[in-house]
Design a protein around this ligand. Sequence first.
Ligand code: HEM
Length: 432
Amino acid sequence: MNIAVKPSLALERDEAFALPLAELNPARTDRFQNDTIWPVFERLRREDPVHFTAYSDFGAYWSVTRWDDIMAVDTNHIDFSSAEGIALPNRRALAEEEAALRAIGQEPRRGRAGFITMDEPEHSVHRNAVSPTLAPTNVANMSPIVRERAGKILDSLPIGTPFDWVNLVSKELTAMTLATLFDFPFEERQKLPYWSDMVTNMPGHGAVKSWQHKAEALSECFQTFEELWNARIHAEPGIDLISMLTHHPETRAMSQEQYRGTVILLIVGGNDTTRNTISGSVYALNKFPEQYDKLRANPGLVSGMVSETIRWQTPIAHMRRVATRDIEIGSKTVKKGDLVVMWYISGNRDETVIDNPNAYVIDRARPRHHMSFGFGVHRCVGNRVAEMQLTIIWEEILKRFPRIEVVGEPVRTYSSFVHGFESMQVVIPAKA
Ligand code: HEM
């Protein structure tokens, strides 16, 4: 694969450094889609680490771009609330969606993002109900079935002809694991990534054709999960996520709205993130072929490589909070009610904390020293599941294929929240 700096990237770099600081809007989505976001964050970390954007599609917001400041915000859930949402709200899209939903007689979606959009003490009650399913012991119990399913996916791949890795491997493996976690009907597992795409995309992107299309898909999702709730609540308690929710004394009584939010959170949380890390690992190993050589020579490096991919890719570019009082971050005073964006994607490239951060190095001394799972009370509850899937797929890949070659630049997601790939063509060469 051609890994030289593209001319467009050089131009984008000049632009990012030439623009008046006040005009820098790091959430500009096109820069994420064409992978030219890096110089913007490099400049902000250096010149204006806590940066205010006054005008954007997302309204006015603060960007926190250095490791230490991000950590300070993420671990302070009293002064920075999650209750009003955790991504930058695209106001124009929200208004369009509201109008479209009203036109088809549906109420706009409000508060449907589950416990990630709750503050304490409510948040912990809901988180504690699902965390045993995602804890290391249960994850270890699940791993043989994930390994078997991962092997089947890999054994069915075409050899010697190009195919879309995102579709045939990344989506399929995450769908299989999520179906296992939910104890969801296995033959219908493709519905899980489909619904996740319908939630995260706007019309014209991914599979979403229109707002109505999106609303219909979500109705189908909620109906399916309500049927599962009704079946599990009367069954013997199990270790799957829905059974845990229906049998936990506090979540058993949750409202339909809260349940729907939790379902969406678990589907989206477990989907795009892991899927994009799986694709990101193949991409990064091709971009840094000497690291791929190292991995082939020593498969024991898989676990470090997995963590390095999670850092380097940063599948969730940001999380957003709202300040609950006037408060200082760095040398800036943020006002009560202001939106504060923690750019994990920038913190993970903070050169004062990570050595040579733009390089992908699979045997770093502290591979889990990254921000991609967040910190504090909302730290990713699915992190062990994600690492397990990534580790297993690579252990199985290395047993089978000496090389997976990326052929051409992937198509990236149009989002400043989900940092990933729509498609990525690869070839697995036939063995000589
Ligand atoms: C590489 C994969 C993943 C990444 C990078 C990732 C990233 C994140 C981040 C950044 C947060 C918010 C942290 C904060 O606000 O401090 C989060 C929360 C969450 N993630 Fe993940 N995630 C991944 C995989 C998963 C998986 C596999 C699941 C479920 C099966 C999952 C479920 C959740 C849930 C439920 C929350 C909300 C936790 C809370 O609010 O207490 N994630 N994740």
